[in-house]
Design a protein around this ligand. Structure first.
Ligand code: 3PG
Length: 390
């Protein structure tokens, strides 16, 4: 693909699609990781002499309607503070924007425009007409073929990948396509069903696949152990067995916890108890891997060449069930491996244990990160590849 940094932007109208879909509460941005990640691109475009227009979605508003609740106003204000210059929010822009070099304009939530989500061609052409150069920099939304991510790239005079998108693709490619081995992946989270394709595609490339959270419960059941009242998916037990056998056949493995930490109910105050995996009672709920299991997994992480992390291995929001996630997070941070992490809950765990500085790359993608792990083509990237071919 063509990169933004390869183009001459002097005096040109540059439209950057970013993923500024951040949590907002009471008119304030509550987590600004995605905004901070987008600043370098804005600064580079400004330094190159461009008139900079940014666009993003926020939330999932009723399409075609303005709503105060999903306005990008708090984002414009927050970004202005971080950049130390005004970020002007423009609400009516489809028929043209007066943008001057040196200025930063944020176009209001693209999902207020009818046709955005269905990649409407007329809307995409309107976006394209605003600019000389379209820069796709929203890795977090690259799995969506929508007018502001995909359609616009078809019709803009020039279309290229922004620095953040390029960096994300490079980091993910390094982890999955040319990894230093052993490659160890941790997939946590509540359900096998939502991560089945991720598990399948990772099990083909990794040397070890560590499963945690509710996902691990289904694997524990697949080994013939009782899981009491734990969250697990009976209809995916056979699928889990098949994944374990397939991993074994290619010399890898999907280990199952040897001990677990259980409680009697899902609550912050329920007492925790650690048990051998074959001693789970009928009224127990498994909420974390046990310390022995965490130590075994941590050892594998310390010796890894590359680590891919998606999903906590326990209910880390409750401190008595946070031990596994904390121990694995710290092992990743201490490891010399090239480590990459992504997904909302994973980022929350990284924040909670202050691991961010010691992880090689933290993706800004949630759904997009998972689709990349699944080996899917991201449509907003595919269109840039097509355009680059001419
Ligand atoms: C995300 O937060 O994963 C992206 O911004 C995409 O948002 P969406 O799932 O509403 O398309």
């Amino acid at each position: 693909v063509i990169k933004m940094t390869d183009l001459d932007l002097q005096g040109r109208r540059v439209l950057v699609r970013q993923d500024l879909n951040v949590p907002v509460k009471g008119g304030k941005v509550t987590s600004d990781a995605r905004i901070r990640a987008s600043l370098e691109t804005v600064q580079k475009a400004l330094d190159a002499g461009a008139a900079v227009m940014l666009m993003s979605h926020l939330g999932r508003p009723t399409e075609g309607e303005f709503s105060e609740e999903d306005s990008l106003a708090p984002v414009a204000e927050h970004m202005g503070g971080l950049l130390g210059r005004e970020v002007r929010l423009v609400r009516d822009y489809l028929d043209g924007v007066d943008a001057k070099p040196g200025e930063v304009i944020l176009l209001e939530n693209v999902r207020f425009n009818a046709g955005e989500k269905k990649d409407d061609e007329a809307l995409a052409k309107k976006y394209a007409a605003l600019c000389d150069v379209f820069v796709m920099d929203a890795f977090g939304t690259a799995h969506r073929a929508q007018a502001s991510t995909h359609g616009v790239a078809k019709f803009a005079p020039q279309a290229c990948a922004g620095p953040l998108l390029a960096k994300e693709l490079e980091a993910l490619g390094q982890a999955l396509e040319t990894p230093k081995r052993p490659l160890v992946a941790i997939v946590g989270g509540s359900k096998v069903s939502t991560k089945l394709t991720v598990l399948e595609s990772l099990s083909k490339v990794v040397d070890q696949l560590i499963v945690g959270g509710g996902i691990a419960n289904t694997f524990i059941a697949a080994q013939g152990h009782g899981v009491g009242k734990s969250l697990y998916e009976a209809d995916l037990v056979d699928e889990s067995k098949r994944l374990m056998e397939a991993a074994r056949a290619k010399g890898g493995e999907i280990p199952v916890p040897t001990d677990v930490t259980v409680g009697k109910e899902f609550s912050e105050s329920t007492p925790a108890e650690t048990k051998a995996v074959d001693a789970v009672a009928d009224d127990d709920m498994i909420f974390d891997v046990g310390p022995e299991t965490a130590a075994t997994y941590a050892e594998a992480l310390r010796n890894a060449g590359t680590i891919v992390w998606n999903g906590p291995v326990g209910v880390f929001e409750f401190d008595q069930f946070a031990g596994g996630t904390k121990a694995l997070g710290e092992a990743i941070a201490e490891s010399n491996a090239f480590s990459i992490a992504g997904g909302g809950d994973t980022l929350a765990a990284i924040d909670k244990y202050n691991l961010a500085d010691r992880i090689s790359y933290i993706s800004t993608g949630g759904g997009a990160f998972l689709e990349f792990l699944e080996g899917k083509t991201l449509p907003a990237v595919a269109i840039l590849e097509e355009r680059a071919k001419g």
